[in-house]
Ligand binder design. Structure first.
Ligand code: NI
Length: 151
């Protein structure tokens, strides 16, 4: 495993749409391992591939219950609402209140290419939304701004 460099706000790679993963191989496993290690070293709860400079639809999350790996994740359904301070490893030391669904159900592939669904509540639901947004070039700052504008 190796630590990867975390891309910071201002880098174009954070603003691009990521491509679906079509082949899962040993390089993918290496990337997943590196991303988890990088996330833990930075004390984050989630990390998306563009944050390590790769336009791939890959996310890792750990809200304290072990690492969750998501390849080509999609949100299937969501419900409820929660508002809490949110941050991002690509935007150091910035925390802003963002409203997110309280329960989010996702579907993704695991590292063996098997499809699975998972439901998250609270912080995990927030992490699903935040990280999947990254795959479409969207930052939590954008969500914050939209929500402030619509207040
Ligand atoms: Ni982030």
């Amino acid at each position: 495993m190796a630590l990867r460099n975390i891309v910071k706000l201002g880098d174009d790679v954070l603003r691009k749409k990521c491509r679906a993963v079509t082949m899962i191989d040993s390089k993918t496993h290496q990337l997943l391992d590196d991303m988890a290690q990088t996330m833990h070293a930075a004390n984050g709860v989630g990390l998306a591939a563009p944050q390590v400079g790769l336009l791939k639809r890959i996310v890792v999350i750990d809200v304290g219950e072990g690492v969750i790996e998501l390849i080509n994740p999609e949100i299937l359904s969501f419900s409820g609402e929660q508002t809490d301070d949110e941050g991002c490893l690509s935007v150091p030391d910035k925390f802003l209140p963002v409203t997110r669904p309280n329960v989010v159900k996702v579907r993704a592939l695991d590292r063996y290419g098997k499809s699975f669904t998972m439901e998250g509540e609270g912080l995990l639901a927030r992490a699903f939304c935040h990280e999947i947004d990254h795959l479409d070039g969207k930052m939590f700052l954008d969500v914050y701004k939209e929500q402030q504008k619509n207040k």
